[in-house]
Design a protein around this ligand. Structure first.
Ligand code: PLP
Length: 400
């Protein structure tokens, strides 16, 4: 599929901003949605809307079947052993909160450590703090590469779990999660992978990786907001108590005692976002049609081109120059505040993100307030990189 064919599937790319064609480079925050996802949502509410699992009528049966089909689709997409290891959530944040809350209730003893990386998103830091853990961060180099020797030394008898991101949303580093998992398992410690930034760029095989949990969001992989996935190994999920109580997650309720439903329903209390799950299924169809390897190759080209172009700008500082990276380009220009750069770029129709990107410890590590972040998706073009470069050249005199 050539780039024009891909772009034509995304209606929002035709929008103009401040009178100029939109250049959307904020894909690490959320990707845009192809027409087929938008139509799946529309079609669901026009013809299928119904609450699932408990209805005897046609719409409920059909909606249930579509919802459960997507569960199997996700299973196959990440190569999970069982479909009941796929739990639908609202997104990565809820997935990690679910694991942190439920895992800690089962396995924490009162003096507990969680090994994270120094480049985690807040959503893989705060849930563990809420669960009462002391965090042991893996340090990283100036380039943004995790120090695996230091990592090995962080294990202690108090280590309960390792929780790291597959790809850093601020630095773009692809972390060596196969090594991280192997080392943790050598210490008898399970591993959660935050795959929010990896799932749309890298083929994921949870069985080959051997991870115990893998979490991601639909909206960062061309799917709708409001849906995400928590993959967990059956053995652990069976041991862990429910996260939330309510409808669907029960087997039997009395005022004295409640027994819980089987997997995955034990972790899906209440009415799920059925339409969004169906939309996620269409997003996976889109990704598989283009091919995850093709997406990665295209984005790699964009990243390499953008890195070489932006490196030519005087006074630019790039953050995250690891040899293994995905499509995130974080930078600062001289002493200009990232927000000023972002606002000026917006005036020229270019959407980037500015700030700490929910990774304040990374900003502390470099002693900076934030960065400007351009991030690419499969529909971006080299021409858009040229527009970013030209826009930066144009605004630089205003930033002095
Ligand atoms: N983890 C990483 C690495 C992220 O980049 C993000 C979002 O930017 C999240 C977690 C949280 O994802 P969500 O807001 O979709 O729950």
């Amino acid at each position: 599929m050539n780039n024009n064919d891909i772009r034509s599937q995304f209606p929002i790319l035709d929008v103009t901003v401040h009178g100029r064609p939109l250049v959307y480079l904020d894909n690490a925050a959320t990707t845009q949605k192809p027409l087929r996802v938008i139509e799946a949502l529309d079609g669901y509410y026009r013809t299928l809307n119904s609450n699932i699992h408990r209805g005897a009528h046609h719409l409920a049966t059909e909606a249930t079947e579509r919802y459960e089909t997507v569960r199997r689709q996700v299973q196959s997409f990440i190569n999970a052993r069982h479909h009941h290891e796929i739990v639908f959530t609202r997104g990565t944040t809820e997935s990690i909160n679910l694991v942190a809350s439920s895992f800690s209730k089962r396995y924490f003893t009162g003096d507990d450590e969680v090994v994270v990386s120094g480049m985690e998103h807040h959503s893989d830091i705060v849930p563990w703090q809420l669960a009462g853990a002391t965090l042991r961060p893996i340090p990283f180099s100036d380039e943004g590469v995790l120090d695996l020797d230091a990592y090995e030394k962080l294990f202690s008898p108090k280590t309960r779990i390792v929780a790291v991101n597959h790809v850093s949303n601020t630095l773009g580093t692809i972390n060596p999660i196969a090594d991280i998992i192997r080392i943790a398992h050598g210490h008898g410690v399970p591993v959660l992978i935050d795959g929010a930034q990896a799932i749309s760029h890298i083929p994921v095989d949870v069985q080959a990786l051997g991870c115990d949990f893998y979490c991601f969001s639909g909206h960062k992989m061309y799917g709708p907001m409001g849906v995400g996935v928590m993959y967990g190994r059956e053995e652990l999920l069976n041991e862990m108590p429910p996260y939330q109580g309510g409808g669907e997650m029960i087997e039997n309720v009395t005022f004295e005692r409640t027994t819980y439903n089987q997997l995955p329903f034990k972790f899906e209390a209440g009415t799920p976002s059925v339409g969004d799950v169906i939309g996620l299924g269409e997003a996976i169809n889109f990704m598989q049609e283009v091919g995850v390897a093709n997406i990665a190759a295209r984005e790699d080209e964009l990243l390499r081109y953008a890195t070489s172009m932006l490196s030519q700008l005087q006074g630019i500082r790039l953050f995250g120059t690891a040899p293994h990276k995905t499509t995130v380009l974080s930078f600062l220009i001289g002493d200009a505040h990232p927000y000023d750069v972002g606002t000026l770029l917006d005036q020229l129709g270019i959407a980037v993100r500015t700030g700490h990107h929910c990774t304040q410890p990374i900003m502390d590590r470099y002693g900076i307030p934030g960065t400007v972040r351009a991030s690419f998706a499969v529909y971006n073009t080299l021409d858009e990189v040229d527009r970013l470069f030209a826009a930066l050249q144009r605004i630089m005199p205003m930033l002095q």
